[in-house]
Design a protein around this ligand. Structure first.
Ligand SMILES: Cc1cc2nc3c(=O)[nH]c(=O)nc-3n(C[C@H](O)[C@H](O)[C@H](O)COP(=O)(O)OP(=O)(O)OC[C@H]3O[C@@H](n4cnc5c(N)ncnc54)[C@H](O)[C@@H]3O)c2cc1C
Length: 261
């Protein structure tokens, strides 16, 4: 690992001010530290954000749940409020990685990283999340731009993620047996305004499947998805699954999700 300067920011303003084109925020460190150790990334400045109080905690409002960006996956998985208001979100967090990863990794780090197989981005899309940063509020439909790419500007810090409470929801994934990242993950959420079916793991970036969402918005039942096939031409094909297998996993997991709602 190369040398770097370590800073511990006391608030968002200081964290943002310390950042440069050659820096990274340190939340759980579950991506940043291995990347540095393996020589895949080098930074001049590492800005620890774990002591910024404003980024911690879970709040429940009448129509939404607001989760501070440094909240760990374990905290989300074990939160009584989240289990009550959006149980599918607690169960998503429970299925991330292993206990070590869940005890260190954070929701803000996960969505800032925007790994194409990460779980939380699908929750953001399905639950019409709003990403609160130190500068603005960003709708999740405009936040995830491409593989490992988001709408965040350099130095912009995610402070919290606000999830809309759905009428019903479920997240079903086909996990990679080693890392638990999603080979395919399907998050179905039924809102008053319609149904969102967010898919992770299948393409270079999370997306809302318009066809599945449309079918389930007119008839919220697994039988409505019977016989449905998806175009796999732009889906990932790798040692874990072919594009065709991923397309079929999406339909079976969407059915499972509807049945679990
Ligand atoms: C073995 C292993 C298995 C895993 N399995 C899964 C899995 O099954 N599912 C899954 O979804 N994920 C999985 N992960 C990813 C993990 O859960 C973390 O969410 C992820 O590594 C990043 O979160 P972090 O808090 O550790 O971020 P860090 O590593 O600290 O930071 C990652 C990036 O995000 C930026 N960042 C961090 N916080 C903020 C913020 N508040 N605002 C702006 N930018 C920020 C940093 O600058 C950095 O670029 C796995 C990781 C490992 C190592």
């Amino acid at each position: 690992m190369k040398n770097f300067n370590y800073h511990c920011a006391k608030d968002s303003k200081e964290a943002s001010k310390l950042s440069s084109t050659n820096s990274a925020f340190l939340a759980g460190g579950m991506t940043t530290i291995p990347s540095m150790k393996l020589g895949l990334a080098t930074y001049k400045d590492i800005i620890d954000i774990k002591r910024i109080k404003k980024l911690a905690g879970i709040k429940v409002a009448s129509k939404s749940v607001i989760i501070g960006s440094i909240t760990t996956h374990s905290e989300v998985a074990n939160s009584k409020e989240i289990k009550k208001k959006i149980p599918s979100l607690a169960s998503l967090a429970e299925g991330i990685g292993d206990p070590q990863v869940r005890n260190r990794g954070t929701i803000g780090g996960s969505i800032a990283n925007n790994d194409p197989s990460a779980d939380y981005p699908s929750a953001c899309i399905a639950l019409d999340a709003i990403i609160h940063t130190n500068e603005r509020k960003i709708e999740s439909s405009k936040f995830f731009k491409g593989m490992f790419e988001t709408a965040l500007k350099k130095g912009e810090l995610i402070e919290a993620v606000e999830f809309k409470i759905p009428e019903k929801s479920s997240y079903q994934k086909y996990p990679n047996p080693a890392s638990r990242y999603a080979v395919v993950g399907v998050y179905v959420a039924k809102h008053k305004s319609g149904v969102n079916v967010a898919i992770t793991g299948a393409k270079s970036c999370v997306y809302n499947d318009k066809d599945l969402s449309k079918v389930l918005s007119s008839s919220f039942s697994s039988t409505a998805l019977e016989g449905m096939t998806l175009n796999s031409s732009d889906m990932n094909s790798d040692i874990h699954a072919s594009a065709e297998f991923r397309a079929s996993l999406i339909v079976t997991h969407a059915k499972k999700a509807v049945e679990a709602c």
